[in-house]
Design a protein around this ligand. Sequence first.
Ligand SMILES: Cc1cc2nc3c(=O)[nH]c(=O)nc-3n(C[C@H](O)[C@H](O)[C@H](O)COP(=O)(O)OP(=O)(O)OC[C@H]3O[C@@H](n4cnc5c(N)ncnc54)[C@H](O)[C@@H]3O)c2cc1C
Length: 542
Amino acid sequence: MQIESDVLVIGTGAAGLSLALRLADDYRISLISKGPLREGSTLYAQGGVAAVTGSDDSLESHINDTLNAGAGLCDPDVVRYTVEHGAENIQWLVDQGIRFTTEHHKNAFHLTREGGHSHRRVIHATDATGKAIETTLEQKVRQHPNISIYENHIAVDLITAAKLGHPVERCLGAYILDRDTNEVDVFRADQVVLATGGASKVYLYTSNPDTSTGDGIAMAWRAGCRVANMEFNQFHPTCLYHPKAKSFLITEAVRGEGGRLLLADGTRFMHEFDARGELAPRDIVARAIDHEMKRRGDDCVYLDISFKPAEFITEHFPNVYQRCLEFGFDLTKTPIPVVPAAHYTCGGVMTDIHGHTDLPGLYAIGETAFTGLHGANRMASNSLLECLVFAQAASEHIRHGKHGSPIDIVIPEWDISKVTDSDEEVVVSHNWEELRRFMWDYVGIVRTNKRLQRAGRRVQLLLAEIQEYYGNFIITNDLLELRNLTTVADLIIRSAIARKESRGLHYTLDYPEPDISHPPANTIMTPENYTAVSSAASASLA
Ligand SMILES: Cc1cc2nc3c(=O)[nH]c(=O)nc-3n(C[C@H](O)[C@H](O)[C@H](O)COP(=O)(O)OP(=O)(O)OC[C@H]3O[C@@H](n4cnc5c(N)ncnc54)[C@H](O)[C@@H]3O)c2cc1C
């Protein structure tokens, strides 16, 4: 089947939904989600969205905090652009119907403070901000007549003109697998937007839902786009330690409101690592916890906010309180056990300030993109902000940019003539486990050259095995995700090997300090087919 629209949006988190809504009055939108529409990281975001709305705060302060957290690698223009568009995007969310928590008896937002922020500036809907955003925007897209929603559909690969032999390169759409019928359809569109979220599922322990398998990054890479800074993986310091909790995240706002990290014997330790104590940036807190757990052979550390009045805790953290209670931990009475887990992908598909990638007609927004905002370390609550600001930027570029003439070319249907049903599904499940474990053990919070090289050798074997499997068997959701995760793992390992220093989230025992002999630089990975993309792209613009 061939389905045509003006704009194909792959991904239905904060980035994809807000972009779709910003364009839907004037464009026909196909909106794709590989699971239920609301499933993705956005739904689980607790803390909130950073933006300057308070009278004692300033744009300069938010900019400086972001630059400081980014450890020399943020693009200052992108940081300024993002921060300057913060308040209007919060207003846009309010206009969509999202009710943020306000100060008692006042009309002003209640603001929380998180690590790295010098002011209270995080706007939130109690401790379930992502749910408020996702479910409100979900309702809006479901009601919009110009938006066609395809749930349970997973994008397989982008369709590009050059691959079909056309002299001018351009993204034409995507092949998309309907997971219910197992059929692959052609989705053709004038503009394609990747809003597929991050890749934290590449690690064994993660705070992310199952959707975060780096599909957009891998698809863009295969289509010839550059990918940058993949070595910067953020590990959230405090996920609930319980075998059934699936790394349930305890929001940083708990530390923002005075929560203390403790060892098993009840001693505080964060001030030995950083003068800011529990409010140091996440990488420092995660490394300190990792260090203490390894030094003492402990399975976890503890987070304590029980010294605050019980009503304060249940009012500020109702969801965290309830979830912890379900696992037998009462936040108002005792410290709770916590461990770090993979949380955020700072790198991604390289874009310009409009969210546009190297490939004409292809945008990347939200966690899947590398805009230059986060540098070597994302500051808390800047990611939802980035989703919103770049959804706005890309929608304006789609509306007003120069896009060249449409390409008139027949797109072939997906070819299944050479593949058969797999009789060896175990290859997929085995490799899935192996990949995520060695990424955790060798490419995790603390790295070394030896560990990275070991991981590099293993990932090459997996890549070859999966490529062969992919070429011979009918595709499934699990195979597609594994293929993408392995590609992303390879990019992470190669980027980590290339960085001969410790900076931000990348920490290696072989080079424990930042390299001050050169100005800080991004790690840019260029695919073999990039030359074709870039030269054809410039030809199309000439
Ligand atoms: C537990 C948790 C708490 C967080 N708290 C905060 C916070 O307080 N503040 C903050 O700023 N950030 C927070 N973050 C980070 C933030 O939530 C994410 O960075 C952000 O929501 C990403 O939004 P997105 O739209 O880019 O992707 P997502 O919300 O992850 O959505 C990705 C979408 O892409 C779809 N998709 C993926 N691959 C495919 C494919 N191949 N085909 C079709 N569809 C596909 C998925 O189905 C999903 O719909 C948190 C993250 C987590 C996990």
